[in-house]
Design a protein around this ligand. Structure first.
Ligand code: 1HN
Length: 373
């Protein structure tokens, strides 16, 4: 599964040998804020993507109690958002969970509200537990249930809360904050009234745009993101079960469907995409790798994934990441039940920039050799 190391000692790569005269030249160039390309060319032009992140598994059984602890330690009014973020050990300088993606777990209790703000970064949520949670996106209030996927496109006012008669709720946040910051393009604003006031009917977005293949004849949506902001779990799971009746699925991903903007068929937001995949009982996918980073949450079932030769055993509500260009394969260890993996990723960015690349593993029947210690 490893790649053959390619030699740089060939025509077409930088292969200048250092000597005293060149060292003196490099010193003089440095004084002018310049450098000789051949001293860095091979490292800034890797033969293939060199992922900066480590694959990581965050277990709900270890994380949940720590997230709940924050309830008594900080108020949303002071924290802005009460979030425990997932920190990739190799991405600490950019606060990323994987690649250029941020992720965290947000927790709120009944009656709490987190005020409205907006930023250039896009955000999404995948609901983990609770009842009575809602989010308001540009005046569209949406009630949230477990395993629903919700979007907060870039530049939209958004706030969250839990109904007085609801339950303490938790969800996973996903944002392209590290990407937006890397591109030096982020803006942030607090709503002038702290919270949004809205006359729009509750759930108007899913009630208008969530029909099966239907759009209102009067539709005039012209924003560059989806008018459907909530993708509920039940129809998502039903769609996967139906699709599974008529497809063998992907050898690499099983039965997988991506969430779409119903007005275009494209991704719900400009920079980040999301998908739900179903692994049939005992299904073990073949390994592949592609550009783009992905962060998964186990929506249902249990199994494991092998990421660059390392095995990660997961069950419901565990979160794990697959860094760019790392081999990955998934296995549902149950012989009776299906398993579902939610993921969000930066594939829309990769695709738009012309950077999407993919490779399947053909050795070892398409499976990786698992590293043992
Ligand atoms: C944010 O706006 C939310 O709106 C959650 O719930 C997490 C992490 C970094 C920056 C902004 C939210 C965030 C965030």
């Amino acid at each position: 599964m490893t790649d053959a190391v390619q030699s740089d000692d060939i025509l077409g790569r930088a292969r200048v040998k250092d000597n005293a005269e060149l060292e003196a030249y490099y010193n003089d160039l440095a004084k002018l804020d310049t450098g000789a390309l051949w001293t860095v060319a091979n490292s800034i032009e890797p033969w293939q993507p060199t992922p900066a992140s480590a694959p990581v598994l965050w277990k709900n059984s270890e994380l949940r109690d720590q997230v709940l602890r924050a309830l008594d330690l900080v108020r949303p009014e002071d924290a802005g958002r009460r979030v425990v973020y997932l920190l990739n050990p190799k991405r600490t300088e950019v606060s990323a969970a994987c690649g250029w993606l941020f992720s965290g777990i947000q927790v709120m209790r009944p009656g709490e509200r987190a005020g409205a703000h907006k930023h250039a970064a896009s955000a999404l949520r995948f609901i983990m537990e609770g009842a009575g949670a809602y989010t308001i996106v540009d005046g569209h209030k949406i009630n949230l249930g477990a395993r629903d996927f919700v979007i907060t496109p870039n530049g939209t006012w958004h706030e969250h809360g839990i109904a007085e008669d609801g339950e303490t709720s938790m969800w996973q946040d996903g944002l392209d904050i590290p990407l937006t910051n890397a591109l030096e393009a982020n803006f942030y604003a607090v709503h002038p009234d702290d919270y949004q006031t809205t006359d729009l009917p509750v759930n108007d977005s899913p009630l208008t745009y969530g029909g099966p293949g239907l759009l209102p004849l009067m539709d005039k949506w012209d924003k560059p993101y989806s008018p459907l902001m909530q993708y509920r779990w039940e129809p998502t799971y039903e769609a996967l079960l139906n699709y599974a009746k008529v497809t063998d699925g992907s050898p690499y991903d099983g039965v997988i469907m991506r969430y779409t903007n119903p007005t275009t068929g494209g991704d719900p937001m400009l920079t980040m995409g999301a998908a739900m995949q179903l692994l049939r009982p005992s299904e073990h996918t073949k390994a592949h790798r592609h550009t783009g980073n992905a962060i998964y949450q186990v929506a249902k079932g249990e199994g494991y994934s092998v990421i660059n030769g390392q095995r990660f055993d997961w069950k419901e509500k565990d979160i794990f990441c697959v860094p760019a260009w790392m081999w990955h394969e998934h296995c549902n260890t149950s012989s009776g039940d299906d398993a579902c993996l939610f993921q969000f990723n930066d594939l829309p960015t990769m695709t738009k920039l012309g950077f999407y690349a993919e490779q399947g593993l053909n050795e070892n029947d398409g499976h990786q050799v698992v590293k043992t210690n």
